[in-house]
Design a protein around this ligand. Structure first.
Ligand code: F0G
Length: 543
């Protein structure tokens, strides 16, 4: 290799430097259950308790032995990983398994068809694309309907009916200015003018981009489309011109969703024959492609929605015929004590997106489920991906679902029980460190520990890092270096530390976590920033 190249860091070089400066530039070389191992300078293998769990991808632990054995078996048997455009019975089996869980947990008789993907953001974008596909098809049907009504109006006027502009027509904006006032008095030509206006106004309105709605704080991925559903301004706004826009709704305000839906209401013009008059009327134009939400918001700082909010969402969306996309990429697959976190709050989606733990911690598997009543088969001919639905990841996902469902849902019970223990321990710390811990939230093994704002700390380090929004990462570096604990803040709320271990986390590990956190909380309470920083400022020599 060219020496100049050999010396340079070329794989996301900026991030590498940032991690090193935070004391997070550690290379883990082995993993099992909730432990990641790295080798220190002396070559000794150091175990780190991992509470990040691949950001929630390892509900059954790192390198789960059943999944590893199954993966080896698949490779040993020469299962064809790539066989696109052929029959994939295992994909159907996976879809059937997930459907039977939907039936059990959400109590719906509806079936959901599955489209496969490689990542969470891709699963979300499939849902976005499908919702838009459906919306565009509805627009086409509306346009055909209006053309039929125009023909009926022509027949009526030829038979002597009178054209009345009607309120909708009279109140048209500047786009119909030129034609206004010609509607009445001169039946034949009036109808021609009215039709021209209707077609031009409708054409323009139908070309308007769709709008997505999501709760404030949402995180749905970072691809071109999904990043527009991600509330975080830094992630989203540089790319705003590339995709359809989202309006973010403060869901804690009871009327916010219904009001937002109402404010996005748009209409098309149509003609209605009533006796011997032809009147211009308005028809609802579907502008909102979908409402998207995470049942437990992850990146916003682990914030579960409650049943009352779910009911309001369900009602507002049903009234507007607005599909609901339930993003279970992070909250699903048992993490909250049920396969679907939405099942705890009775929220039923038209779409579900799954990824992360679906791959059992080994494969990159993701899927989007679409309720039959909204499903458009033609979508399958306009959407595909080389890697999606491949035998390896789909079979691994199927086996993962079997493991989750085994022994009457033992994994779900473990997630709930282990999560309760963790939350109890954290609440105890909260009682002890009231000035430092603001809140402990979560469900099952999706837990957030929110710290009070530390920007007023008398420790310069703590105050400065807090103001820069980096304190959560500095604390992560400290916990890794000093306590061999891996904990990271949530991406859009860096004052919240996330805990998403696997169901295998033991009492001894919980006790280790408690003692590391206690030391951290003492440092913050006593405003002792010095202990939080690495003595080796490059932080590269391991934790
Ligand atoms: N939806 C949710 C709810 C997520 O939490 C994520 C990712 C995605 C979609 C996108 O999935 O990364 O596979 O494309 N959350 C990561 C996290 C970034 O930090 O938890 P992806």
């Amino acid at each position: 290799m060219h020496p100049e190249i050999e010396e340079r860091e070329l794989a996301e070089p900026y991030l590498g430097g940032l991690l090193a400066s935070l004391g997070l530039g550690v290379h883990f070389s082995r993993a099992e259950k909730d432990t990641l191992f790295y080798r220190d300078d002396t070559g000794r293998e150091v175990p780190v308790l991992d509470l990040v769990g691949g950001y929630g991808s390892t509900i059954i632990g790192h390198n789960n032995p059943d999944i590893v054995a199954y993966a080896k078996e698949l490779l040993d048997h020469g299962v064809p990983v790539h066989a696109q455009f052929s029959k994939h019975p295992y994909a159907n089996e996976l879809a059937q398994k997930v459907n039977s869980i939907i039936r059990r947990e959400l109590g719906t008789p509806d079936a959901y068809s599955a489209i496969f993907a490689n990542s969470g953001a891709e699963a979300v974008e499939i849902a976005m694309k499908h919702a838009e596909f459906d919306r565009v098809a509805k627009l086409a049907r509306l346009a055909e309907d209006i053309e039929r009504n125009i023909e009926k109006a022509r027949v009526a006027v030829a038979g002597g009916a009178e054209v009345v502009g009607g309120e909708s027509y009279e109140h048209l904006g500047a786009d119909a200015e030129g034609n206004r006032g010609t509607a009445e008095g001169r039946p034949g030509s009036a109808l021609t003018d009215v039709i021209a206006t209707i077609r031009s106004v409708n054409g323009e309105r139908m070309r308007a981009a769709p709008v997505f709605l999501a709760p404030e704080g949402s995180f749905h991925g970072k691809l071109v489309g999904s990043v527009q559903l991600t509330h975080n301004v830094g992630f989203r706004t540089p790319f705003a011109s590339l995709a359809a826009q989202c309006r973010f709704v403060p869901l804690h305000e009871p009327d916010a969703l219904a009001k937002t839906i109402e404010s996005e209401r748009r209409t098309l013009l149509d003609l209605a024959v009533e006796g011997d008059t032809v009147r211009v009327v308005e028809r609802d134009l579907p502008v909102i492609a979908a409402f998207v939400l995470e049942p437990v918001q992850g990146e916003a700082g682990i914030r579960p929605f409650d049943r009352e909010t779910a009911e309001r969402v369900q009602q507002a969306c049903a009234a507007a015929d607005c599909p609901i996309i339930v993003d279970e990429v992070q909250s699903g697959m048992g993490r909250t004590g049920a396969f679907f976190a939405s099942s705890h709050i009775g929220l039923q989606g038209d779409y579900y997106t799954l990824a992360k733990s679906l791959g059992g911690g080994i494969a990159k598997a993701a899927m989007t489920l679409v309720r039959d009543s909204r499903y458009r088969e033609e979508f399958e001919l306009v959407h595909s991906s080389t890697f999606a639905k491949d035998a390896f990841s789909t079979l691994i996902a199927g086996r993962t679902v079997d493991l989750l469902e085994a022994e009457d849902g033992r994994v779900y019970r473990m997630a709930a029980e282990r999560g309760d223990r963790l939350i109890r321990m954290l609440r105890k710390l909260q009682d002890e460190f009231r000035t430092v811990i603001k809140d402990v939230r979560g469900r099952g093994l999706m837990i957030g520990l929110e710290l009070h704002d530390q920007s007023g700390s008398t420790s310069q380090v703590i105050a400065e890092q807090s103001r820069a929004g980096l304190l959560g990462y500095v604390l992560a570096g400290y916990l890794l270096r000093v306590h061999a604990l891996r904990i990271l803040p949530t991406a859009s709320a860096t004052n919240t530390l996330r805990l998403e271990p696997s169901v295998h986390i033991t009492d001894a590990e919980t006790a280790r976590l408690e003692s590391g956190l206690r030391a951290l909380l003492v440092a913050l309470r006593d405003q002792n920033g010095a202990v939080l920083l690495p003595t080796d400022p490059a932080g590269e020599s391991g934790a």
